[in-house]
Design a protein around this ligand. Structure first.
Ligand SMILES: [Zn+2]
Length: 461
């Protein structure tokens, strides 16, 4: 008897296990795609960008009642997000434009303008569910990964392959900060976010149609130019219909949440505020992700004033109108900020280290190892002339001139020839520290004095 009831109990457990997944049958699966970022790197990339966003955008403090409300609403929605449990966080930008965006690995931002434009809590929840869905499906890093693959030769040149996606991202000047190209979503990513957003809305108790209604409304209000939101989240076409199709696969429901006293109170508060106006997006754009352009030399010209950068391996001066990508422990790129096009370096210097095959290799041998590895992975790269022995601020160094393909094009769309001036010097541990000074061949002469000045300032640690 006892054995029998135990068997019955097990049967019930087994049945429950089998039936369990059925409850999820109607939900869409989050999409996946090629992604060079591990989950941990994804979170780190998002956090790096979040600290930049915090410096550049006027965020309301976490203690503000509006932020607290948005955080509360966001947490409810995020608890119904499928897939990886990203560390979601929610922030309010004190700007009147209708906008919202999400960074890889969890940070979600909503403008005051979006709260103002929402007629009820469900509409605001719709924008947030949509942003959460971009996070779930890793749209930002998937897009960046494609870009990084396309730029692989540069990665190999920088010797940073195998160092992880973050180091590669940094060396290629990619970021997810304010105005980043990688926060602009494709129409395909948009429909994926709408579909998943529909499920999240439904599971949180909101009518998913409110999400599509809100997008349609801001599109109608926006006129020809439309708000920033729509250029970053382009309409994939008939959002409302897609939402309806997905809702039709879910159990019928009538008692949706639509509004709340909390939302009304927050709306009231927002209407009494005077949010700031966002500067034109071009003014806040990062060097990363600007479309490839034939940048005129004048934009890149190094200023006479110099600034100093301290790395854990070295110290160097650089033109004060140039900008550092990387940090004191990584490979570093120093480049004019307005001509780092499509995440590759057209002008500037990359600084990195290289482990020769034999730890006791001479400077000569180690430099040849380095050149061999660069040439192997960059068939375009040609040595011109011979390598020379030089003094680098009192240290023995090697200098090699190379020719390669510039990321820039001339007015007829032909790829410009690039000059890469490689300088290597030996570190105390036997590895090489090397610098590659980069400019299109036609401009190299005018940049050379600045490059030489940088080199004279170099000090190893
Ligand atoms: Zn979107």
């Amino acid at each position: 008897m006892r054995v029998n009831s135990l068997a019955t109990w097990w049967l019930v457990v087994l049945l429950a296990l089998c039936l369990g997944p059925l409850r999820l049958e109607a939900r869409v699966d989050p999409t996946h795609g090629f992604d060079m970022f591990s989950a941990q790197e994804e979170v780190q990339a998002g956090q790096q960008a979040a600290s930049q966003v915090g410096r550049k955008l006027p965020l309301l403090p976490d203690s503000d009642p509006i932020t607290r409300y948005v955080q509360h609403l966001g947490a409810q929605l995020a608890s119904h997000a499928p897939g990886e449990k990203w560390p979601y966080s929610f922030h309010v930008v004190n700007q009147k434009e209708i906008n919202a965006f999400a960074l890889p690995g969890g940070p979600v931002y909503v403008n005051l303008g979006s709260i103002r434009a929402a007629d009820n809590e469900a509409e605001l929840a719709g924008v947030m569910a949509h942003e959460i869905s971009h996070v779930v499906q890793r749209h930002g890093t998937r897009q960046a990964s494609k870009q990084m693959m396309a730029q692989m030769p540069l990665t190999i040149l920088g010797g940073i392959m195998g160092r992880g996606a973050l180091a590669q991202m940094t060396a290629q000047g990619i970021s997810f900060g304010v105005g980043s190209y990688f926060l602009k979503n494709s129409r395909k990513a948009e429909s994926e976010a709408d579909l998943l957003g529909t499920d999240i809305m439904y599971d949180t108790g909101f009518d998913p149609h409110a999400m599509a209604q809100f997008f349609d409304k801001i599109e109608k209000q926006g006129g020809t130019r439309g708000p920033q939101f729509l250029s970053d989240h382009p309409n994939p076409g008939n959002r409302a219909e897609a939402v309806s199709r997905e809702v039709a696969t879910l159990p019928r429901r009538s008692n949706y949440r639509s509004d709340s006293p909390e939302f009304r109170e927050i709306k009231q508060r927002v209407s009494g505020m005077n949010p700031l106006s966002a500067p034109p997006i071009a003014a806040q754009q990062d060097p990363s992700g600007i479309r490839a352009a034939s940048a005129p030399e004048s934009d890149a010209s190094p200023s006479a004033g110099m600034r100093s950068f301290s790395h854990s391996d070295f110290q160097i001066s650089y033109p004060e109108n140039w900008r550092i990508s990387g940090d004191q422990n990584s490979a570093v790129t120093i480049a004019p900020q307005n001509v780092v096009s499509q995440n590759s370096v057209a002008y500037g210097v990359m600084i990195n280290d290289f482990e020769p095959e034999h730890p006791n290799a001479s400077l000569d041998q180690a430099t040849h190892d380095l050149l061999a590895s660069l040439r192997q992975s960059n068939p375009d790269l040609r040595e011109i002339g011979h390598d020379e022995n030089i003094r680098v601020n009192g240290m023995a160094g090697k200098s090699v001139d190379l020719i390669g393909a510039s990321p820039l094009q001339d007015q007829r769309g032909r790829v410009l020839q690039e000059r890469d001036w490689l300088v290597a010097t030996k570190r105390r541990d036997g590895s090489l520290l090397y610098l590659v000074f980069i400019a299109p061949e036609k401009d190299f002469g005018s940049f050379r004095p600045a490059f030489e000045q940088m080199l004279r300032s170099l000090q190893l640690r």
